[in-house]
Write a protein that binds this ligand. Structure first.
Ligand code: ZN
Length: 149
């Protein structure tokens, strides 16, 4: 299977079967995001204890890129420390060419931990869709800034 086809399958799987969908009754923070250019919506509940994201729930609607990115993000951040989540968010934004840095999924740099999120790197070729992929991450940044204050 060609890599692009594999990536498309991974994105569609997350879109059709979003992980951690719903709300948390014990949420410590809640954030909502909107991508007006595409009409994507995303909301995020986090439970945080001792600097660790112990539980995650998301809701949203919109295009497959935005919703798949949210599902992958929820999978990737659950159980991680806030520091690890910050590192992951940075790697994601470098991969998508939003932030400066060496591409963490550059094959010359093995050991990247983005996992399924790597499937979104093809979106870089479509600048208007980068905002779709980034929506869950801007929502996460909002939630984490609430958690800090
Ligand atoms: Zn979108």
């Amino acid at each position: 299977m060609a890599l692009e086809e594999l990536y498309r399958e991974v994105i569609l799987d997350h879109y059709r079967h979003p992980r951690h969908k719903g709300t948390l009754s014990n949420a410590d923070v809640h954030a909502e995001g909107l991508n007006p250019s595409c009409g994507d919506e995303f909301s995020l509940d986090l439970a945080i204890a001792d600097g660790v994201i112990t539980d995650v729930a998301t809701q949203g609607q919109g295009c497959s890129i935005s919703q798949a990115s949210g599902s992958m993000m929820a999978d990737a951040i659950k159980g991680k420390t806030l520091e690890e989540v910050g590192e992951l968010a940075h790697k994601f934004r470098v991969m998508m060419s939003i932030d400066e840095g060496e591409n963490p999924v550059d094959p010359a740099r093995p050991g990247a931990v983005l996992g399924d999120l790597e499937a979104l790197q093809g979106v870089r070729k479509f600048p208007v869709r980068i905002k779709c992929a980034d929506l869950p991450w801007t929502t996460l940044a909002d939630a984490l800034s609430q958690a800090e204050s």
